[in-house]
Design a protein around this ligand. Structure first.
Ligand code: MLT
Length: 255
């Protein structure tokens, strides 16, 4: 049976990480669409082709943008899935619009808010990207974003990630850094999340640690945690088949 037939509300919103854009979900969109699912993947404020050019792109404004897009597309309720920065937006979305959430998928996620050191570091990074452009940082970022095996054996994935980062507008990157610095501490919101939640972690993720995923898992009653081997922070691009299978199993299960 197609996944679409298994859910009352077959839509799924895919929210990208930083400094990326909606193209990071290509393999998930193909897979979900082939299974009759309505997948939507917007470019979040200031990123990809999104034209926002303010100084700060907050996580709650990004969540409101997603709700507005759902209004436009006449989608009342959806599974809301986000990776990393996208997961902050997911936490905002479920807090602001709980009745519009069928279920959550949190990949490479972290619930804790930013402390003073993180806020300072993000402001420095915002200044650096405005001064020097994103190209100055891309090679240093790749080893943190991707598992060693991806870096060694999947040159096409590495190239796509590099190109995606290089397309990022420095103003959008700075605005998102400031928005992430100003985010809430979502760990206090976890116990209020009552929808089924799938948490996915990359075993080799050095940006988000297993403890980050465990904390969310402990906090959300109806959550399950899946760990994908040979995957780093960009697990959905590094191991798309495994990622898709885990998501598909979850979607079947929540029916
Ligand atoms: C991401 O991949 O979205 C970033 O690592 C998020 C962050 O900097 O917290």
């Amino acid at each position: 049976m197609k996944l679409k037939q298994l859910l009352n509300e077959p839509a799924i919103a895919l929210l990208h990480g930083f400094p990326f854009d909606r193209s990071m979900w290509r393999k998930q969109i193909d897979f979900l669409s082939a299974n009759g699912f309505r997948a939507i993947a917007p470019d979040l404020r200031g990123l990809g082709e999104n034209r926002f050019n303010g100084e700060i792109a907050t996580m709650d404004d990004m969540a409101r943008d997603v709700a507005a897009l759902m209004d436009e597309l006449r989608i009342d309720q959806a599974v809301i899935c986000g990776l990393s920065m996208g997961s902050y937006v997911v936490f905002e979305f479920v807090r602001l619009f709980p009745s519009r959430v069928r279920a959550l998928v949190l990949a490479g996620a972290r619930a804790q808010g930013a402390d003073e050191a993180e806020r300072k570091s993000r402001e420095n990074k915002a200044q650096d990207v405005l001064n020097d452009g994103i190209g100055a940082f891309v090679e240093a970022m790749l080893p943190d974003l991707l598992a060693p095996k991806t870096l060694a054996e999947k040159p096409a994935v590495v190239a796509r990630v590099r190109e995606m980062i290089l397309r990022t507008n420095p103003h959008g990157a700075a605005a998102a850094q400031r928005g992430m610095a100003a985010r809430r501490d979502y760990s206090v919101d976890l116990s209020a999340i009552s929808v089924p939640t799938l948490i996915i972690a990359g075993r080799e993720d050095v940006i988000r640690k297993p403890d980050d995923a465990e904390l969310i898992h402990r906090g959300i009653t109806k959550s399950i945690l899946e760990v994908i081997d040979d995957a780093g922070h960009l697990m959905n691009m590094e191991q798309p088949d495994l990622f898709n299978r885990v998501v598909a199993n979850f979607l079947r299960m929540i029916h």
